[in-house]
Ligand binder design. Structure first.
Ligand code: C2E
Ligand code: MG
Ligand code: MG
Length: 279
């Protein structure tokens, strides 16, 4: 009797745990086959220079599942990182994004860059560098057309492993961007010797825009980037006020819903042709 009661308790406890974990566990399962089923696609978001000229794009992965519909990368990327599925997904993203950029180069946007998010799990694989070289060669792109985005948090917390690998990539000519800057926990002095090109100010600062203190901190971040000779990108630019602020700060590039939401390549192409018609 007692034994049976105990079993029921275990079962109940499992149910308790299983209910909230269900979606996650099932997503994890589905993610493993999603790539071969062709359920992923890339959206692209344009980046603009201080004169409003298009400087390039960021590739952002989308998962359209027949079962779950559109799943946010904020949900499926961490799950893919845990299961290891991110390794194949990340390689696919690199191939896809460089192929797309090569096409756009051929259509006349010869200076455009492509920024790609790189997961720590993907970056730490010994063959990561080779996969980057292979993607660039297949697409016949110059290395400086590719910008790899790593979060400040990851870089700062794995500095001894990351630094030499960044040097190798950078010596090939690939650009390195520090993403979500200001939201991580780096000691600034640690960043001095890293081979970086770009610093992306975390979007959370813009959420507090209008607060003078947030502006001053963004000014300090920009000055820090200048001292290191880094380009500054402000992401999450949603309003004309944000754009004015970006210009006041002297940001080199901006990106956000104001200037263009992430969209499939054919929508992006329609934007090119309408902007070239209007001047
Ligand atoms: P992230 O790298 O910081 O990318 C910027 C996110 O901000 C994107 O969300 C983008 O759609 C969104 N965004 C752009 N402009 C605005 C704006 O004006 N306002 C607001 N509120 N948001 C804006 P998304 O596409 O949902 O991606 C979320 C995160 O998922 C990314 O953050 C990135 O960390 C990760 N992610 C997306 N695609 C990939 C990928 O291919 N590989 C890896 N490893 N991570 C990815
Ligand atoms: Mg990112
Ligand atoms: Mg970011």
């Amino acid at each position: 009797q007692a034994k049976r009661h105990g079993k029921n308790l275990v079962w109940l406890a499992q149910m308790e745990g299983l209910v909230p974990n269900n979606r996650r566990a099932q997503l994890e399962q589905d993610l493993l086959g999603a790539l071969t089923r062709g359920e992923f696609s890339l959206h692209y978001q344009e980046q603009f220079g201080a004169q409003g000229e298009r400087t390039g794009f960021e590739a952002l992965t989308r998962w359209t599942s027949p079962q779950w519909g559109e799943v946010s990368p904020a949900e499926f990327i961490p799950i893919s990182e845990e299961s290891g599925a991110i390794v194949h997904l990340g390689a696919w993203v690199l191939t896809q994004a460089t192929t797309q950029l090569a096409k756009w180069h051929a259509e006349g946007l010869t200076d455009a860059m492509m920024a790609v998010n790189v997961s720590p799990v993907q970056f730490l694989r010994p063959d990561f560098e080779d996969s980057v070289i292979a993607a660039l060669q297949r697409a016949q792109l110059p290395p400086h057309a590719l910008e790899l985005k790593l979060t400040e948090n990851f870089v700062a917390s794995h500095l001894t492993i990351v630094a030499p690998r960044l040097k190798a990539l950078r010596s090939m000519g690939v650009r390195i961007a520090l993403d979500d800057f200001g939201a991580g926990a780096s000691v600034l002095s640690q960043l001095l010797d890293l081979p970086l090109d770009t610093l992306k100010i975390d979007r959370s600062f813009l959420r507090q825009s209008g607060v003078p203190k947030a502006h001053r901190v963004m000014g300090a971040i920009t000055a820090f980037a200048r001292a290191l000779n880094l380009e500054v990108v402000l992401e999450g630019v949603e309003t004309p006020e944000h754009l004015v602020l970006a210009h006041k700060l002297g940001c080199d590039r901006t990106q956000g819903y104001l200037q263009g939401r992430p969209a499939p390549p054919e929508v992006i192409e329609r934007r090119f042709s309408s902007s070239s018609q209007s001047g």
